[in-house]
Design a binder for this molecule. Structure first.
Ligand code: NAD
Ligand code: MG
Length: 391
């Protein structure tokens, strides 16, 4: 029986993970559930999944969580705070961790899982962008198995099962749906609203990654993620826009063979792979009917309308603290866009300005990376404050 900790249990990936777990009571148990601040949603999940432990990241949520669990007649133990979460992840309440917190807020618990040698179902791509070298080295040293839960990286993982195959790897192609604004010119993106940006044509996801998909920053973060997971330089990682979102990515080998992984756009497939690998278990996702879908199209991304992808390649090439700055600037800009404080095209502008203002330094420790993250957040907040006071 695998004892699973689901971090970000109330989110989109967390919900999908719990759906897969509930299909396999004989082999998977949700023993730890963790969420950011929504105590009521966490208690409701505890009622359904009966975990041994529940953790709310916001310290002030502790009493409400403890009392709510008791009032619901549950014997789940309540915990609160980031340190409690890290300790729970590292301890023996779980052997498998679904890292599905959104943003750099997930770094500490993801690192704790890697350091404790857990099987790590890694959805929290921002932790790889921010501290990829450190995270992969920590996992390697502790014997933690990372199974990527980004659909593209999970596809590549499935196409690259052995170290021998990795030796013959020539290049990878990440596919991108193109998001809700695919085909639009830059001048048509001036007035787009948060509601339009989060209305993704193919995937149902949390708000932050939905906006990232609309700007193509999501694909940029994924290029950096792929670099760390599969050890390829930026020049050997390409992006193809594929509007049907059925081919999740492709791997080209030195012998001219290209392998792809296909399936309906539903994250439960990647999660089932992560839980059972190298075995296969049911995920609730049905098989692909290619006759019904008819065709598969591929296009080059438009870097003029969607400069975030270009900025991510630039940050990866620059190295050091640049990816941490890119990620932090983007998180603050996206959050401001969702709050209606800045426009859609301000997101790439703010990220580009941060990369220019905060030149990269070597990123050899976690402290340096955290400082770069904090500095970029301050920089963007100040830039937004200036924009809104003038505007
Ligand atoms: P979401 O917004 O739906 O859920 C985020 C979860 O994180 C929630 O449970 C929230 O309570 C929790 N959380 C937020 N801040 C926290 C904090 N400070 N401490 C602890 N918990 C906190 O997001 P999502 O769409 O599920 O995405 C989660 C992660 O998975 C992101 O990194 C995203 O890029 C990645 N991902 C998501 C999808 C998808 O289909 N949704 C696909 C690929 C990758
Ligand atoms: Mg993805």
């Amino acid at each position: 029986m695998k004892q699973v900790a689901v971090l970000g249990a109330t989110g989109s990936i967390g919900t999908s993970a719990l759906d897969v777990i509930a299909r396999h009571p004989d082999r998977l148990r949700a023993n730890v559930l963790a969420a950011g601040s929504n105590v009521d949603a966490l208690i409701a999940l505890c009622g359904m999944h009966r975990p041994r432990h529940a953790v709310i990241a916001e310290e002030s949520g502790f009493a409400a969580l403890r009392d709510g669990l008791r009032a619901a007649g549950l014997d789940t133990e309540a915990h609160a705070g980031a340190a409690a979460l890290d300790a729970m992840v590292a301890g023996d309440a779980c052997d498998t961790v679904v890292a599905a917190i959104v943003g750099a807020a997930g770094l500490s618990s993801t690192l704790a899982a890697a350091c404790a040698g857990k099987r790590l179902l890694l959805a929290n791509k921002e932790s790889l962008v921010l501290a990829g070298e450190l995270l992969t080295a920590t996992a390697h040293d502790a014997g933690a198995e990372i199974v990527p839960i980004d659909s593209e990286h999970n596809a590549i993982f499935q196409c690259l099962p052995s170290a021998h195959a990795r030796d013959g790897l020539q290049r990878i192609f990440l596919t991108a749906s193109g998001g809700p604004f695919r085909g639009k010119r830059r001048d048509e993106l001036v007035d787009v609203t948060p509601a339009q940006a989060v209305a993704h044509p193919k995937w149902s996801m949390g708000p932050k990654i939905s906006v990232d998909s609309a700007t193509l920053m999501n694909k940029g973060l994924e290029v950096i993620e792929a670099h760390h997971l599969f050890g390829l330089p930026a020049a050997r990682i390409s992006v193809l826009v594929h509007p049907q979102s059925l081919v999740h990515s492709l791997v080209e080998f030195v012998d001219g063979s290209t392998l792809a992984q296909l399936g309906l756009p539903d994250m439960r497939t990647a999660l089932a792979v992560g839980f059972a690998w190298p075995e296969r278990i049911a995920s609730g996702v049905r098989g692909l009917d290619l006759l019904q879908h008819g065709r598969l199209d591929f296009e080059t991304p438009d870097l003029d309308a969607f400069p975030c992808l270009r900025l991510a390649y630039q940050a990866l090439e620059a190295g050091g603290t640049a990816p941490a700055v890119l990620n932090a600037a983007n998180e603050v800009a996206v959050s401001a866009f969702l709050q209606g404080r800045v426009a859609f095209l301000d997101i790439p502008a703010l990220v580009e300005d941060s990369l220019a203002a905060l030149p990269p330094t070597p990123a050899d420790t976690l402290d340096v990376l955290r400082a770069a993250d904090a500095q970029a957040r301050r920089h963007v907040e100040q830039a937004i404050a200036r924009m809104t006071s003038h505007g």
